[in-house]
Design a protein around this ligand. Structure first.
Ligand SMILES: *[C@@H]1O[C@H](CO)[C@@H](O)[C@H](O)[C@H]1NC(C)=O
Ligand SMILES: *[C@@H]1O[C@H](CO)[C@@H](O)[C@H](O)[C@H]1NC(C)=O
Ligand SMILES: *[C@@H]1O[C@H](CO)[C@@H](O)[C@H](O)[C@H]1NC(C)=O
Ligand SMILES: *[C@@H]1O[C@H](CO)[C@@H](O)[C@H](O)[C@H]1NC(C)=O
Ligand SMILES: *[C@@H]1O[C@H](CO)[C@@H](O)[C@H](O)[C@H]1NC(C)=O
Ligand SMILES: *[C@@H]1O[C@H](CO)[C@@H](O)[C@H](O)[C@H]1NC(C)=O
Length: 340
């Protein structure tokens, strides 16, 4: 029998659509891939269990297990008493070998674990699993659930990992947020060094990213430029290919310029452009630099380091931020880049 919580369990069973449905979201953690993207020797959390880690040695994962009663902590890169570690594992039964527990990948899924083996169930549409009461509850809030396979559950903060999908991209977890970045123009990200390097020193299979076929209506016409919808300085060039298909070729504006889609597309001074994406792109490589934020009435700024915002702040006493002088000022600033 399953325990003292029979009535709740019955409720759960009644509300469940079915047990033994197909696994919801498959775990994506791939240590063999991740280890090709990290500096030799990096130690990472193994999300498949709570008490194991992986060290990447010569591009290959090597397993390690904590001593009895200890769990692995990604931040200190050490085994700590279990009470000090908040384990988020892709194995739903990792922390609760017996009993009901939530599905790490969904809000409405749950598992019944017995001897560490889980059977999955799912709440009816509109209901979410509440691990506290072990019941399916209508509109039970399920906010900001960390995906066990997220880099922010795996890598220590501040460790660079190469983006496997392009040559110059990297990612990093910083205070539980995944930060994306890319090397300055003309540089590739070296997984071996954990930093940007000259392309001739970096092996990268994606020298020429394959052109993407454009969805209908994305390109106004062949020869036009459109935003890449993920960066302030990136764009796509719409080109007719030989079979009459419209394909997209990615490009980036030179330093100090952002893409503007107006009038067929152009790279214009970054100060003229409102942009909701990372405004720190290409800033803060030699020293910290401050950048405008969009849509804040020019009172706030981002602190940029190595192409990403490491913090945002507002000028004191209602002052305005002037990006050109990098100073807060009482003079009203109303640049297009940051105007409300
Ligand atoms: C990688 O690290 C391991 C252990 O730290 C070391 O033995 C090995 O020589 C390193 N490999 C390279 C290519 O530096
Ligand atoms: C490492 O651990 C994983 C998960 O626990 C396991 O599947 C794999 O077989 C282990 N590999 C080695 C070489 O022990
Ligand atoms: C970072 O990049 C990944 C993969 O390219 C993407 O899925 C994710 O949405 C990006 N995140 C941010 C905050 O830009
Ligand atoms: C692109 O292809 C369309 C249809 O095949 C054609 O009408 C158009 O002239 C081509 N445009 C350019 C710039 O080649
Ligand atoms: C920024 O890049 C520089 C030069 O590559 C490097 O020395 C520094 O450690 C990086 N800082 C961070 C926080 O990544
Ligand atoms: C910030 O906004 C001002 C006013 O538009 C502009 O002159 C400046 O170049 C902007 N800075 C950046 C980095 O966008």
């Amino acid at each position: 029998t399953t325990t003292p919580r029979n009535s709740l369990c019955q409720m759960l069973w009644l509300l469940a659509v079915s047990l033994l449905v197909a696994p919801a979201v498959a775990a994506t953690f791939d240590p063999d891939l991740i280890c090709t993207l990290l500096v030799n020797g990096t130690k990472i959390n193994d999300p498949r269990a709570c008490n194991t880690w992986i060290q990447c040695i010569d591009d290959l994962p090597v397993n390690g297990t904590c001593a009895e009663g200890l769990l692995y902590d990604r931040e200190s890169e050490d085994c700590l008493p279990s009470a000090d570690v908040d384990c988020i594992s892709s194995d739903p039964c990792a922390q609760m070998p017996d009993g009901f527990t939530s599905d790490p990948y969904s809000c409405n899924g749950y598992y019944y674990c017995k001897n560490g083996m889980g059977t999955r169930g799912e709440c009816n549409t509109g209901l979410n699993f509440n691990p506290g009461t072990e019941a399916c509850i209508r509109d039970y809030p399920c906010t900001a659930k960390m995906n066990p396979d997220s880099y922010c559950n795996i890598l220590p903060d501040g460790v660079f990992i190469k983006d496997p999908w392009n040559c110059d991209g990297w990612q990093m977890c910083w205070q539980a947020e995944l930060v994306n970045g890319s090397c300055p123009d003309g540089f590739y990200f070296s997984a071996r060094l954990g930093k940007c390097d000259y392309p001739q020193n970096v092996q990268c299979a994606f020298t020429q990213p394959p052109p993407q076929t454009a969805q209908p209506d994305v390109c106004p016409k062949a020869g036009s430029f459109i935003s890449d919808d993920r960066s302030c300085n990136g764009y796509y060039y719409c080109r007719n290919d030989t079979d009459g298909q419209m394909v997209l070729e990615h490009g980036v504006c030179s330093d100090g310029r952002f893409f503007s889609a107006a009038n067929g597309g152009a790279c214009v001074p970054r100060t003229d452009i409102r942009c909701e994406y990372n405004r720190c792109v290409n800033m803060g490589y030699a020293a910290i630099q401050l950048a405008n934020l969009s849509d804040d009435g020019c009172v706030g700024f981002a602190i940029c380091q190595n192409g990403t915002a490491i913090a945002v702040a507002d000028c004191p006493n209602g002052e305005y931020f002037d990006e050109l002088t990098q100073l807060c000022t009482t003079q009203v600033i109303s640049f297009a880049a940051c105007a409300l």
